[in-house]
Design a protein. Structure first.
Length: 227
């Protein structure tokens, strides 16, 4: 598979092989851990990729359960021009929409990224940064329709690529999104090798991972678990 051209139209070139690919994942209070750790694991295994967690200030940031913290090794100011941004979601997204430091960093950094991506409700932070107007985008099924409020076209798909904006649906779909990105940046063979290395071969015990297949009444119970 030949590498995809740069979204700006510049000649195709595998960024991870060219000069090292710098990926930034911002953290904010009450993010969902797998939204961040799933893409982190995929890209951290990829040759030439450096993945850095960032926050307003370096240090630990607690997740949405309050029992796990990831450490931001850098501040937003330390990472003004990453090649890739991946914004996680979580119950803390509602408060984060008013975080001018975070939203402003996303908007400014996007001007120079190769790809700007989100997982779950992280897409609303892309919307707050003004990046989704007129674009197809997805998020967790429970809030999908609300993307229209940011000028986006809500799409019920696991991963949506529109230009250099890539959005993933709920939580676990961040792994699929990261593999999709990796294939475009470094080639399908590299993405397949990483998928095998992390043994990402989903075989869930229940067919209820989608609102389309879940039994009647389960959606309400599922939504009650989020908060």
């Amino acid at each position: 598979m030949n590498p995809s051209p740069h979204p700006s139209g510049r000649p195709a070139e595998p960024a991870a092989q060219r000069s090292g690919l710098r990926v930034a994942i911002p953290l904010y209070p009450r993010f969902t851990a797998l939204d961040a750790v799933g893409p982190y694991t995929v890209l951290a295994f990829a040759p030439g990729c450096t993945v850095t967690f960032a926050a307003a200030r370096p240090g630990p940031v607690a997740d949405d359960r309050g029992s796990l913290a990831l450490t931001a090794a850098a501040s937003y100011a330390d990472l003004p021009d990453p090649d890739v941004i991946i914004v996680p979601g979580g119950p803390g997204t509602a408060e984060a929409l008013a975080d001018e430091a975070l939203v402003g960093w996303i908007a400014r950094a996007h001007e120079r990224t190769r790809w700007t991506a989100s997982v779950c409700s992280g897409s609303f932070l892309l919307g707050a940064a003004g990046l989704l107007k007129g674009r197809r985008a997805t998020t967790h099924w429970g809030w999908l329709e609300h993307l229209a409020g940011f000028g986006a076209e809500p799409v019920s798909e696991r991963v949506v690529v529109d230009g250099r904006i890539v959005t993933a649906a709920g939580v676990s779909s961040g792994i699929d999104m990261a593999l999709t990105l990796l294939a475009r940046m470094s080639g399908e063979e590299t993405a397949r090798a990483v998928q095998l290395a992390i043994e990402y071969d989903p075989a869930p015990p229940f067919d209820s991972g989608s609102a389309r297949t879940a039994p009647a009444g389960l959606a309400e119970k599922a939504m009650s678990l989020i908060g």
